[in-house]
Design a protein around this ligand. Structure first.
Ligand SMILES: *Cc1c(COP(=O)(O)O)cnc(C)c1O
Ligand code: SF4
Length: 311
């Protein structure tokens, strides 16, 4: 894995954060700092409003307790059997790992604690028995933190299950290390018979660069469908210009906007909250200024519903 900042004091030095701004930074968090150098290099020096800074550097705000903000707002525990989460009829989500390349401060799975291993026998068994399933989502954590070898084994096993039609990755990895999708991995994907889909998690145009675009082009050559989901985040992407640029850019490079998620009420993330009213206005503005397919669906997760809920 690429090198990352894990020591907050080193990062503060690197970003030349002055004394006044340092007071706003959280020095020790249970969800530790993890920020790849490649992303840290994109952050403007001593700027707490930088969108990458806001997404990855812990702030004192995270320690505030706010009513309604809990450790498991999605009630995922209820739907989890081993490492398989099945909330919806046709698809289930496989937690392939709890590791990510960077730690997003708003992450809805940051309080994940269950025991982890790379044995999926139990989950595969559940998937085989459930004939309603047409799609498996490889999620996490981030599935691309697994080795090519592990991913190949998992994909090959899933490829053999006849009632499955689609294998989907949910990943944010490539914004920091696009070269992770190497020749070897591309070859593994090529040998899978089922339709492969990638849903990326890109929140801001600053996360897209020429290396990422090169990787996208390689995936496109292999008939892989590419989508993006973002989370609507205060002072990161909750303004018309940023969302317009992001979604236009995504289409330009061959990724279709899929979802814009309303923030889940996870403990310590209130400083990222955008009121629904504002979210709706932003979507309306996007519709008035972009082609229809460039506007993501604004959704939220309401526990016990049969799908994400359109706002
Ligand atoms: C979001 C989610 C999915 C995927 O839903 P889509 O609307 O198909 O993208 C599947 N399972 C779980 C548990 C989810 O949270
Ligand atoms: S990449 Fe996804 S799962 Fe990992 S920390 Fe970020 S939001 Fe959470």
């Amino acid at each position: 894995m690429p090198k990352s900042f894990t020591n907050i004091n080193k990062l503060i030095k690197f970003l030349k954060v002055d004394k006044k701004n340092q007071k706003k930074i959280l020095l020790n968090s249970n969800f530790p700092l993890l920020l790849p150098y490649t992303l840290a290099k994109k952050i403007k020096k001593n700027d707490l409003t930088d969108p990458i800074f806001r997404q990855f550097v812990p702030l004192i705000d995270e320690t505030y307790k706010n009513p309604g903000y809990t450790k498991d707002p999605l009630n995922e525990e209820k739907f989890r059997r081993s490492k398989l989460i099945k909330k919806y009829n046709s698809r289930a989500l496989l937690i392939t790992t709890n590791a990510c390349l960077g730690h997003c401060r708003f992450c809805f799975r940051k309080h994940f604690e269950f025991f982890f291993n790379k044995n999926f026998d139990k989950e595969i068994d559940l998937i085989k028995k459930d004939k309603n399933l047409t799609e498996i989502i490889l999620s996490g954590g981030d599935p691309l933190t697994l080795s090519n070898n592990d991913l190949e084994n998992l994909l090959k096993t899933l490829d053999k299950i006849s009632h499955l039609k689609i294998l989907r990755f949910h990943t944010r990895y490539i914004i920091a290390d696009p070269k992770r999708i190497d020749q070897n991995f591309l070859k593994i994907l090529k040998n899978i018979k089922k339709q492969i889909i990638f849903v990326f998690h890109i929140n801001h145009p600053k996360e897209i660069d020429s290396n990422l675009i090169k990787t996208i082009q390689k995936l496109k050559k292999q008939n892989i469908l590419l989508f993006n989901q973002s989370v609507l985040l205060k002072d990161v992407n909750d303004d018309f210009e940023t969302l317009k640029n992001l979604n236009l850019k995504l289409i330009e490079i061959g990724i279709a906007p899929y979802y814009l998620h309303h923030l889940d009420k996870i403990e310590g993330s209130k400083h990222f909250e955008v009121p629904i009213k504002k979210g709706k206005e932003l979507i309306k503005q996007l519709h008035e200024n972009l082609s229809g397919y460039m506007v993501p669906k604004y959704v939220r997760e309401i526990p016990n519903k049969q799908s994400k809920t359109l706002i």
